[in-house]
Structures are given as C-alpha cells and as structure tokens.
Design a binder for this molecule. Structure first.
Ligand SMILES: Nc1ncnc2c1ncn2[C@@H]1O[C@H](COP(=O)(O)OP(=O)(O)OP(=O)(O)O)[C@@H](O)[C@H]1O
Length: 466
C-alpha cells in the first residue's frame, strides 16, 4: 500500500510544516500538511495515517479538542503534540488523553525523528498483530504475500475509509471486500455489490441513486438505488474502471456530500455507506490518459489493497487445492479425494493467468473426470495444465547439463558427444512425455509431433514401458 508510513502535520505555521516535512521525508515517510483543525480532520477522513503531529494552538480552536476525534478513528494514529512554552501543561494533559508524546518547540530534528520512528514502529507492530483477530472467513493461504494483504484487510476493517482493491482477475478482490465488511462495525448491515461493467451508461445513475415512477420512459415504478440500499452498510463497486466518465462526476459528488437525488425526485436524500471499489485495470494510467477522473481516483484510494497474482504466491496452491477439493466433493455429495504428489506438483508448476478462479475450475474438472477414484492424479487434469507442466519439466531438464564435465584430457570425438546428447535428451523427453500424457499414445503423438509408429519405435528403443 502506498500510504503505509503516512504522517499528517496539523499546524498553522506553514514554515514549521515545511521544515518538519523536509526533515522527516528523508526517512521514507510520506507527509501531508493541514493548516487548520478543520482541514486536518478532512485529510484524516480521506486517508489513513500512522502518526499525526498536532499543534495545540490552531486558528480554529485548541488542538487538544481534536485529540479524541483523531484517536477514536478506526486506524487510531499516534498523536504527537507540538507545543510552545505557553501550553506546556496542556501538552502534559494530552498524554492522559491518549497522545503518544509531546515535543516542545523549537525541537531538534533528531529528537523529532526518534519520537516519530518509535510511534511508527509501535503502529506497525500493533497492525501486524491486528491480523490475529481478523475473521478470515474463507480466505486460504499462509504465504508472506497473502499475510501482507490480510494486514491491510485488518486495518481497513477498523476504519471507515474508502478502499480500492486492485489485482488481476480472479485474485479474490470481491472476497477481500466482503471480508473487510464482515469484520467492520457495519457487519450487521448490508453488503451491496454493484458490477459497473454490466451497466449501460443510461442506467448508471438510476442504478446508483434510484428513480421515481415516470422519471423517464420505462420508469414504470419507483426504484431504490444501490446507494440507498447500502445505507449503514457497505457498497462494493466491482470493475470501477468501467464507470463512464460522464457518471463519475455525479458519483464523486455523493462521496463528497453523502447526499443524492433519485431521478425524478424533488428532495435530496442522504446515505451513510462505506465504499469499497475494485478494479483489474490500471486506474493511474487511465487517469493519465484522461479516461478516469483524478479527483475520484484519489477519493477511492484512501486505502489501497493490491492482491498479488497466484503465480507470485505459489506456496498457497496446495492449501487452496485441498480446501476446494473438500468443498467441491461436499457440494457434489461424494467422498472427498486425496491428491497425489504429481497432481499437486502440476498445479504448483502452472502460472494460473485466471488466478484462484481458474484453479477452482480446474479442480472441479479433475474431480468430475476422476469421480469414481479416491485419489486425483495428473491425468485427471485438463490437457493444457499437463502440457504446461511438461513444458516446465523439459525446460528445466534439458540443455542445462554441461556435457563435457569430466572430459579434460581424454576428449571424445564431437560425434560421440553429439550422439550421447541426443540419446539422453530423447530418452528423457520420452519418459517425461509418457508421464505427462499418462501413456496415452495418441496424446503423446500429438504433443511430440511425430507418427504413432515412431512413438512406438522410440519407446522400444529406450526401453520405456507404457
Ligand atoms: N485466498 C482465497 N482463498 C480461498 N478462495 C479464494 C481466495 N481468493 C479468491 N478465492 C475464490 O476465488 C474466486 C474468485 O474470487 P473473486 O471473485 O473474489 O475474484 P475477483 O478478483 O473479484 O475476480 P474478478 O476480477 O474477475 O471480479 C471466488 O470463488 C473466491 O471465493
């Protein structure tokens, strides 16, 4: 997530903000500044911060009054009070109110850095532990990458910020969104899903905001929009990159004002919903190409959760496979099956461009093919998976072997080396091919691109049994 170590400075003294930002930026932190209490609170609503540096003397009030508001936020950032001599006792009081520490102006860079870094370390530790309370529902996986994702899910669930979930198709974006909702304070209310990719431009506003009977041709009855349905709950907008530019402005307005007007209605309504969006498109690029509004993009990604593709967390594949074999067998009301090591190995070798959804479909296919057998083997897998596994084996097992190892003084003829290499390569190829095709001659013939009689000849030559 881009805003991992975000720090907010709320201080009306712009020169202090600039100076502090410059000093602590070098530690790799991301700094935002607000010059009034009001704009500070606004910034906190838009993004997640780990640390807030809060001046007590603000143009629109006493910083101390903001402290409870800041601390009761879901992400509960650590607050470091910046104080002049005059309000020294208030600063001390702030500690009893939950501030992390206070620092008296003028302060040294080193002193400030130490305090900030300690607060960030504490926040990171706290957030890492956060994941232990998370009800993961059916999110399977123990890889380092999925754990990082779950940390962010835990943080998101504790806040009410807009979350943008990104990742390739089938990586689990909707599952992650649902998990955030089910772990959040809104869990007893609705989780409403809207797939933006299936909405026609003319339907978008009425789907979002609803309409009154007669608002347009075809509006034969009143309709409640998803924004209203999600009141007190969560609105999950999938494929948000498909939202047409023309509707983005109206949507941005509701995010800013929380009020909307159903088509054909006279009165505006308000809705208190939490927004989670998902996309497999590169929204940043779309913003650059002017196909997505920049202001909406930043609104959506107060928190961003990127789900890595399955090929980058292959450790999770065996656990996912076992989970889904059990689940699918239960659904089909058949006895669960064991998985042979070659079956699992072939699954792990594949790159899964369709990610977990493709893995589940493949497992279902294998269960159907091997319905009457207690163990699933490689030959129960679809042909493309077996071939990809075979190709990986071939790549791995071939030309890497240095043929001349050991031949230093007594060099053989080039012809001997060639013949030996061809013999060994052909033999290994045939053995691997036979295993991958489970001895099916027609399949072997197709893959190898040679005649049936040639396959038989080579099996015999290398003494390979079918
Ligand atoms: N970590 C996981 N553990 C178990 N099942 C998972 C996991 N991640 C995803 N799945 C399952 O994979 C399937 C696809 O997940 P999901 O629909 O959430 O993906 P998506 O990223 O939203 O896909 P798309 O981009 O196509 O909308 C679902 O059946 C989901 O339950």
């Amino acid at each position: 997530m881009s805003d991992l170590n975000k720090i907010l400075i709320i201080d009306d003294d712009e020169s202090i903000c600039r100076m502090v930002a410059k000093q602590i930026k070098s530690d790799g932190h991301h700094i935002d500044c607000a010059y009034t209490g009001k704009s500070g609170i606004r910034k906190l609503k838009e993004g997640a911060y780990k640390v807030v540096l809060l001046d007590l003397c603000l143009p629109d009030g006493n910083g101390l009054d903001l402290l409870p508001q800041i601390k009761k936020r879901g992400d509960s950032p650590e607050v470091i009070i910046l104080t002049g001599n005059a309000d020294h006792s208030s600063a001390a009081l702030s500690i009893t109110m939950g501030a992390w520490d206070y620092i008296q102006k003028p302060f040294s860079t080193e002193e400030l850095k130490v305090i900030i870094n300690r607060a960030i370390t504490y926040q990171n530790k706290k957030r890492y532990n956060d994941v232990n309370w998370l009800d993961r529902k059916h999110i399977i996986g123990e890889s380092r990458k999925i754990k990082q994702t779950l940390n962010l899910v835990a943080q998101s669930a504790q806040s009410d910020l807009n979350v943008l979930v990104s990742g390739e198709t089938g990586t689990g974006k909707e599952l992650i969104a649902l998990t955030i909702h089910e772990n959040s304070a809104r869990k007893d209310n609705d989780f409403i899903v809207l797939d933006c990719s299936i909405l026609t431009e003319s339907l978008i506003e009425s789907t979002l905001f609803g309409h009154k009977k007669g608002a347009f041709t075809g509006a034969i009855q009143n309709r409640i929009g998803v924004v209203e349905q999600a009141h007190q709950g969560t609105l999950f907008m999938d494929e948000v990159g498909e939202l047409p530019l023309s509707s983005q402005k109206a949507f941005l307005r509701i995010l800013q004002e929380r009020s909307y007007r159903p088509l054909g209605a006279k009165q505006t309504k308000t809705s208190n919903f939490r927004l989670i969006t998902a996309t497999n498109r590169d929204l940043k690029k779309m913003v650059k190409e002017k196909n997505f509004r920049e202001d909406l993009y930043y609104r959506l990604k107060s928190l961003e959760i990127y789900i890595p593709p399955l090929r980058e967390r292959k450790d999770d594949i065996p656990k996912l496979a076992v989970f889904y074999v059990t689940k699918i067998c239960a659904r089909l009301k058949i006895q669960s099956k064991k998985l042979s090591p070659e079956f699992l190995e072939a699954l792990v070798k594949n790159d899964w461009p369709g990610n977990i959804r493709e893995l589940i479909n493949t497992i279902e296919h294998a269960i159907v093919i091997g319905r009457s057998e207690p163990v699933l083997y490689q030959h129960h897998l679809p042909e493309n998976i077996r071939i990809s596994s075979l190709q990986k084996d071939l790549k791995k097992e071939y030309p890497v072997e240095p043929l001349f190892n050991g031949y230093t003084t007594d060099m053989p003829s080039l012809q001997t080396v060639r013949d030996t290499a061809i013999y060994e390569a052909e033999k290994k190829y045939l053995e691997t091919l036979k295993n991958a095709c489970n001895g099916n001659i027609a399949l072997m013939q197709k893959k190898a691109g040679i005649s049936r009689s040639r396959i038989y000849y080579l099996l015999k030559k290398y003494n390979i049994s079918r």
